[in-house]
Design a protein around this ligand. Structure first.
Ligand SMILES: Nc1nc2c(ncn2[C@@H]2O[C@H](COP(=O)(O)OP(=O)(O)OP(=O)(O)O)[C@@H](O)[C@H]2O)c(=O)[nH]1
Ligand SMILES: [Zn+2]
Length: 311
């Protein structure tokens, strides 16, 4: 028996890097059932596993070690099944752009709230700073002030010109990091700047093992020179959250949660309740209007059943 880390998942085959440094193609032996939900993949990148080698040089995964966390999304909009994107994630980096294309604060705040629900820290990377107008630069400064103040480290970079990449590398060293971002923000460009020579196009996964593989069931971790890994999740723009009650949504907005301690009612949803300390803080500009609007937006979508479906 050997122990190792799952670094690539294609749906049926898993590539495991053993603690002795070997790369082994593995299949699952038996069934791993997760408590509480049905998932399309019982094992994901980031999982620590035990494997038993067989004579052909492949191996069976016989055991998954307990996870410190795992990030899931719905397998599809209509499905109740979940897909595990990654396990044992140390941090997320959300790549955003003020323009070209614009990343909305609603998108950023939803991502941050989901990550809070998972207990995974997030850093925000604002890319394409080389092409911002003066107005956009002011907007960028406002956003970085806002999010830094709430407790999310912010980085301003140009992946294209490779400025600011050194700081990102420092953040990544020795950790497992999930990279996310809307289409077009420059995620591939950034990964190529971090990992020169890494071919990001995922089409060439060994054809023998992976007939009919969907990109959504495929994910991979790339090892970094400084130690640690980055996880790219092609085609996945955000992730889902667990079921939560209306009055719990505010727990995942750090500053809303802080002020909510002084609301009159313990189950305050910070909309129209009397004695709401959160609304008062918004009026006094202690809580930013854009954050409060994102919070309301999540509540509204939940009422229409859209929020969970959107991911
Ligand atoms: N000006 C400028 N353009 C950039 C920068 N980073 C990326 N781009 C450009 O933005 C476009 C999209 O970049 P990609 O790296 O393909 O973006 P992506 O986020 O991987 O997009 P998807 O593949 O759709 O997920 C390309 O034309 C890049 O050259 C940057 O820092 N500055
Ligand atoms: Zn309140």
């Amino acid at each position: 028996m050997e122990k190792g880390l799952v670094i690539r998942s294609t749906g049926s085959w898993y590539q495991v890097k053993t603690d002795s440094g070997q790369l082994v193609d593995c299949k699952i032996k038996g069934s791993f059932r997760l408590k509480g939900f049905k998932s399309t993949n019982p094992i994901a990148v980031g999982d620590r596993v035990h494997i038993t080698l067989n004579t052909e040089g492949t191996a069976f995964i016989t055991e998954i070690e307990d996870r410190k966390n795992y990030i899931v999304r719905r397998a599809s909009n209509l499905s109740k099944q979940l897909h595990i994107i990654a396990a044992n994630v140390d941090q997320c980096m959300l790549i955003a752009t003020v323009n070209h294309p614009e990343t909305s604060t609603i998108f950023i705040d939803r991502f941050l709230a989901s990550a809070e629900a998972y207990g995974v820290p997030v850093a925000l990377i604002f890319n394409k700073t080389d092409i911002y107008s003066d107005d956009e630069k002011r907007l960028l400064e406002g956003l970085t002030n806002l999010y830094t103040h709430i407790g999310y480290p912010c980085f301003c970079i140009s992946a294209l010109n490779e400025t600011g990449i050194g700081e990102i590398k420092k953040m990544l060293a020795g950790k497992i990091t999930l990279l996310s971002g809307n289409s077009g923000v420059g995620k591939s460009t950034l990964i190529n700047a971090i990992l020169p020579g890494q071919n990001l196009k995922t089409g060439e996964i060994s054809a023998v093992h992976n007939k009919g593989t969907h990109t959504t069931t495929f994910s991979e971790m790339y090892p970094l020179d400084e130690g640690g890994y980055i996880i790219d999740t092609p085609g996945i723009k955000g992730f889902g959250t667990f079921d939560m009650k209306d009055e719990e949504v505010g727990h995942y907005f750090k500053e809303i949660f802080e002020f909510s301690a002084n609301c009159k009612y313990g189950n305050c949803t910070h909309r129209n309740e009397p004695g709401c300390a959160v609304r008062e803080a918004v009026e006094k500009h202690y809580i930013s209007e854009s954050r409060y609007l994102s919070y309301l937006n999540i509540l509204e979508d939940r009422e229409e059943g859209k929020y969970r479906a959107a991911y």
